[in-house]
Design a protein around this ligand. Structure first.
Ligand code: TLP
Length: 350
C-alpha cells in the first residue's frame, strides 16, 4: 500500500539508513586503489589490517555485507551435513534468506534465548554426540548485540561459558558482531575482549558506523585465506574496492566513539514512549527500541503506516511490535517528532 509521505521525514527504520559523512566521501574520492582480487588494493589491505587489529585477530576480509560475512563464516567453518547451533531469533536464522542451509548445506539447530542469550546448558545439551544417526555439530553462532531482542547485550559471562563449551567439544564459535562496538560500549569493555571468545567475528561498517557499504570478517590467517576463497566463489571478489574500503577506514577510526550518543538517544526515546500508557516499551541496552503497540488497538503494520503518514519511518517487527533504531542521522528533535506523532495517532484512535 503506498503511503502519502510528508516532505520532511525522520527515519528510525534502521541504523543501516545512515549516510556517509563528508570525510568518508572525501576519503573515497582520494582512495588509492588496485585490483583486490590480486591482493593489490592498498586501501582494502589497510582496512582489513585495521579491523583485525581492533578485534584482536590475525587477519581480516572485506565483504559486501553482514549477510555475506555470516554466510562466508558458516561456509568456512563447516561442511555440508553438519549442524549449526544458534539462537532462535538470530539474524542468521531469521533474516538471511536461508543462505546457510541452501548454500552451506548445514542444518540450523535453534535454541530459544533470554534477551538473545542462549542458556549454556541448553547449548551443551544440543551438541551432538558421535552416533551414526546424527549430523555432527559444526559451529555455534552468537549475536551481540542481538537485533531481534532489541539490541540486547549478551553478557561476558554468557559468551565465556559458550566459549568454554566450544573448547570442550572442539566446536568453533562465530560471532555475528554486526553491532559489536555498540556491545563493547554497553559492556564497558573493548571489542577485542568480546572477540576473544570467538574463532571468527563479522562486524558491519554500514550500520551505526555510517559507511555506505560493507562488513569485515576476522579470524586466524589460515581461516581468512579459506574465507577469501569462499568470497570469490560467491562472487564477492571486488576489484578497486579501495573506494569503498576508504569509507570503512573512516568508520572504524572516527565513528565508533560517537555510538554512545545513539544509546543515549534510544534511552530518551524509550523513556518518552514509555510515558504513553498504551505502549509497552522494552528498555534499550543500546540503540534499538522495541515497542509493543497491542493496547493501541492497531497492528504493528497499521502503526507503521500511520506513523509514515506523519513522516516517521519505523519497522514492523512482529504482529504488535515495532522497532525504532537510533543513529547519527536522527537527533532529539527527531525523537520528539516520534513522540508527538505517536500521541496524535493514539488520541485519534481513542
Ligand atoms: N540487520 C538489518 C535487517 O537485515 C534486519 C537491520 O535493519 O537491522 N547481523 C545483524 C545482527 C544484523 O542486524 C544485520 C542487518 C545483519 C547481520 C546483516 O547485515 P547486512 O544488512 O549488511 O547484510
Amino acid at each position: 500500500m503506498a503511503t502519502a509521505m510528508p516532505n520532511k521525514r525522520v527515519d528510525f527504520r534502521s541504523d543501516t539508513v545512515t549516510r556517509p559523512t563528508p570525510e568518508m566521501r572525501q576519503a573515497m574520492y582520494e582512495a588509492e586503489v588496485g585490483d583486490d582480487v590480486y591482493g593489490e588494493d592498498p586501501t582494502v589491505n589497510r582496512l582489513e589490517e585495521l579491523a583485525a587489529h581492533l578485534l584482536g585477530k590475525e587477519a581480516g576480509l572485506f565483504v559486501t555485507s553482514g549477510t555475506q560475512g555470516n554466510l562466508i563464516a558458516v561456509l568456512t567453518h563447516t561442511f555440508p551435513g553438519q549442524e549449526v547451533i544458534l539462537e532462535s531469533e538470530s539474524h542468521i536464522f531469521y533474516y538471511e534468506v536461508g543462505g546457510a542451509a541452501l548454500i552451506g548445506g548445514v542444518q540450523l539447530r535453534t535454541i530459544p534465548g533470554k534477551r538473545g542469550a542462549m542458556e549454556p546448558a541448553a547449548v551443551e545439551a544440543a551438541i551432538r554426540p558421535h552416533d551414526i544417526h546424527f549430523p555432527p555439530t559444526g559451529l555455534i553462532c552468537v549475536e551481540n548485540t542481538h537485533n531481534r531482542a532489541g539490541g540486547a547485550v549478551i553478557p561476558i559471562s554468557n559468551m565465556s561459558a559458550l566459549a568454554a563449551i566450544g573448547k570442550k567439544y572442539s566446536v568453533p564459535l562465530h560471532l555475528d558482531g554486526a553491532r559489536i562496538f555498540n556491545a563493547a560500549y554497553a559492556l564497558n569493555t573493548s571489542a577485542q575482549e568480546i572477540a576473544a571468545y570467538f574463532d571468527s567475528v563479522s562486524c558491519c561498517l554500514s550500520k551505526g558506523l555510517a559507511a555506505p557499504v560493507g562488513s569485515i570478517i576476522v579470524g586466524r590467517k589460515e581461516w581468512i585465506e579459506r574465507a577469501r576463497k569462499w568470497r570469490k566463489r560467491l562472487g564477492g571478489g571486488m576489484r578497486q574496492a579501495g573506494v569503498l574500503a576508504a569509507a570503512g577506514i573512516v568508520a572504524l577510526e572516527k565513528m565508533i566513539d560517537r555510538l554512545p550518543e545513539d544509546h543515549k538517544l534510544a534511552k530518551y526515546l524509550a523513556a518518552g514512549l514509555a510515558e504513553i500508557p498504551q505502549l509497552e516499551v522494552t528498555p534499550p541496552d543500546t540503540n534499538i527500541v522495541l515497542v509493543d503497540v497491542k493496547q493501541t488497538r492497531l497492528t504493528a503494520s497499521d502503526m507503521v503506516y500511520r506513523l509514515a503518514d506523519q513522516g516517521v519511518l519505523v519497522t514492523a517487527f512482529g504482529p504488535s511490535t515495532i522497532r525504532l533504531v537510533t543513529h547519527k542521522d536522527v537527533d532529539r528533535g527527531a525523537a520528539d517528532w516520534v513522540l508527538t506523532a505517536m500521541k496524535n495517532i493514539i488520541a485519534g484512535e481513542a
